[in-house]
Write a protein that binds this ligand. Structure first.
Ligand code: ADP
Ligand code: MG
Length: 378
């Protein structure tokens, strides 16, 4: 299968080539024709398998084919995402793939934590709006955006968007959207709750679930250490030094802990910053940009960035603390092993968490030979 076979506009194809994509990933090969036909789609494919382009490419194609005439504050496409950082990242993919199109496509990310006025102005003439729910509602409340002409709705990280935390905001947004529209839901993790809601949201959808092949090489290698709480800090420093980790993403369960772990690393001469919901937006973006570019060695994060964030060839993820839900574990470790590159995800497990960790691994259909940190010299 090649991109040429997908019937995309030549100028879009040129942008795909410029990005270095050679062949479509399975979700792209199967999903793009469905979207081009105008059908609703539920796309389930593992982390790092190119779900973003699987909606960006056909959406751009449709925008080029169907002219919608004059509009000012009425986007034709709405993409909803759970975090500000993901909004920025998805907007970036839209921009990269809309260079030099015969008809310019204007896309833009709107999200909270930064002042609203520049966003209100910039929305004018936007075709594709990528938004976090809260800020979108603020903009709509001050008449800066009119959602009544949305032709296409995408929920990226759909299970997250449809869970309790976003329920009220999503309900309000749905009420503002026209009834007739194309809907797409994407996620690596499908829950029962999602399959319930998608019946309401999607109209006779095509469901594409990319199953992992049994003989496929596992890109995300997993390893685990039994370690008591007081030894986690020393073990982390030991691993970073011993394995000469140049870029490692460390997950903790709270922002407070993330700050502590990053502080301790810095004190010990290992360059680290933290990222979590209590930080200013500029600090969040600054830390993530530095980390993505390879300038920053360790980023200590909460689950804020476990969803969707794409870090090119990130080699290491460390779960300093176990997440409560197996889903979060899948998304955390899925920051590595993306786009056919390999990665190692290491998990710290306290003895009393053994059972919980087994449950997580069972859900992932994986097995780990645990290493007892007490047998190590550090
Ligand atoms: P997902 O949303 O499924 O987790 P992303 O859309 O973030 O994955 O894509 C993961 C990475 O794969 C990105 O860096 C993206 O640029 C790259 N990628 C996407 N499609 C292709 C392709 N067809 N060929 C090569 N790389 C691709
Ligand atoms: Mg994604």
């Amino acid at each position: 299968m090649s991109f040429e076979k997908l019937n995309l506009h030549p100028s879009i194809l040129a942008n795909i080539i410029a990005l270095g994509y050679k062949t479509p990933t399975p979700i792209q090969a199967q999903g793009i024709p469905v979207v081009l036909k105008g059908q609703d789609l539920l796309g389930i494919a593992k982390t790092g398998s190119g779900k973003t382009a699987s909606f960006v490419l056909p959406i751009l194609n449709q925008l080029l084919t169907v002219n919608a005439g004059e509009r000012n504050r009425q986007p034709r496409v709405l993409v909803l995402v759970p975090t500000r950082e993901l909004a920025v990242q998805v907007a970036e993919v839209f921009k990269e793939l809309s260079i030099n199109l015969p008809q310019p496509v204007k896309s833009m990310a709107v999200y909270g934590g930064v002042s609203i006025n520049p966003q209100m102005k910039a929305i004018y003439g936007v075709d594709v709006l990528i938004a976090t729910p809260g800020r979108l509602l603020d903009l709509q409340g001050s008449n800066a955006v009119d959602l009544s002409k949305v032709e296409t709705l995408v929920l990226d990280e759909a299970d997250k968007m449809l869970n309790l935390g976003f329920q009220d905001e999503m309900q309000e947004i749905f009420e503002r959207l026209p009834k007739r529209r194309q809907n797409m839901l994407f996620s690596a993790t499908l829950s029962d709750q999602l399959s319930g809601i998608n019946r309401v949201l999607l109209l006779d959808p095509v469901v594409i679930e990319i199953e992992e092949k049994v003989d496929e090489v596992e890109l995300i290698n997993l390893s685990g250490y039994f370690v008591s709480d007081d030894r986690k800090g020393p073990l982390l420093r030991h691993l970073i030094r011993e394995q000469d980790m140049k870029q490692v993403l460390v997950f903790t369960s709270s922002g407070l802990k993330a700050d502590k772990v990053a502080g301790k690393l810095s004190k010990n001469g290992i360059q680290a910053l933290s990222i979590h919901g209590k930080k200013s937006q500029s600090a969040r973006m600054g830390a993530l940009d530095k980390f993505k570019s390879g300038e920053l060695r360790v980023l200590v994060a909460t689950d804020l960035i476990s969803r969707g964030i794409d870090i090119n060839e990130l080699p290491f993820v460390i779960n300093y603390e176990l997440p409560r839900s197996p889903k979060d574990f899948v998304h955390r470790v899925g920051r590595t092993g993306r786009a056919k590159s390999e990665g190692l995800a290491i998990t710290f497990v306290a003895r009393e968490e053994t059972h919980h960790f087994k449950v997580i691994l069972k859900k992932m259909k994986r097995y780990i030979d645990m290493i007892d940190s007490e047998t190590l010299d550090f």
